[in-house]
Design a protein around this ligand. Sequence first.
Ligand SMILES: Nc1ncnc2c1ncn2[C@@H]1O[C@H](COP(=O)(O)OP(=O)(O)OP(=O)(O)O)[C@@H](O)[C@H]1O
Ligand SMILES: [Mg+2]
Length: 252
Amino acid sequence: MTQKITAHDVNVFYGEKQAIRQVSIDIDQEDVTAFIGPSGCGKSTFLRTLNRMNDTVASARVEGDIRLDGEDIYSKDMDVVQLRARVGMVFQKPNPFPKSIYENVAYGPRIHGLASGKSEMDAIVEQSLTRAGLWAEVKDRLSDSGTALSGGQQQRLCIARAIAVDPEVILMDEPCSALDPIATARIEELIHDLRGRYAIVIVTHNMQQAARVSQKTAFFHLGELVEYGDTNDIFTNPREPRTTDYITGRYG
Ligand SMILES: Nc1ncnc2c1ncn2[C@@H]1O[C@H](COP(=O)(O)OP(=O)(O)OP(=O)(O)O)[C@@H](O)[C@H]1O
Ligand SMILES: [Mg+2]
């Protein structure tokens, strides 16, 4: 297994309050990794350390060592805009730009200069929408507003937008929590299809979803990484009593 991201002794503070405590974890290139744990345990906070999204929170302070392919992402030399293209993010609530479907996908590649002309851009847009499982549904309405799509389609558009800049890692923070079961199933299929091409980390409150989509699971509790391992082991044979309590629904 190739380690795409390695995190060592990570602490995150919001002002005086510590939200993440001494978390160390390696994220595999080939796997989907699920972050689970009760509300407020720090899943989103830790996820955001992986592409420096916490930089946008004034009170947040990150300590520790986080590397992408061995490169220190908190180094002064790290270009954060570039980093966030390499480590893309999909949020809980689909958040397409108030622009056309085409422009939602073309925006990132344009900023990053990935296409040299219209036909190259067209190809990137088509490929990204195809990989996101949305092309067939939108190919005849690319100039419609992204916000006019259904919730599930909007979320796939956001995934297409992340894919369009050719990322290495995709972080998803509860990407299905605003979606109905059918739209959720489509996103889960998509995650399955994207596995291997991108390292994927998904935060979910849905145990069945974690079991279905991931190969590795990390259980967080009160800011600590309690247990991390093969998803199968975490769900069938957890080592820590706190993990057992959580997955059997005793709290959370
Ligand atoms: N911007 C912020 N400012 C101050 N405290 C924050 C901020 N964001 C999160 N926190 C605090 O950090 C802790 C971890 O929050 P976080 O959002 O990472 O948890 P979570 O596991 O993602 O929860 P949920 O499952 O509800 O999304 C919580 O105590 C939360 O109140
Ligand atoms: Mg969260």
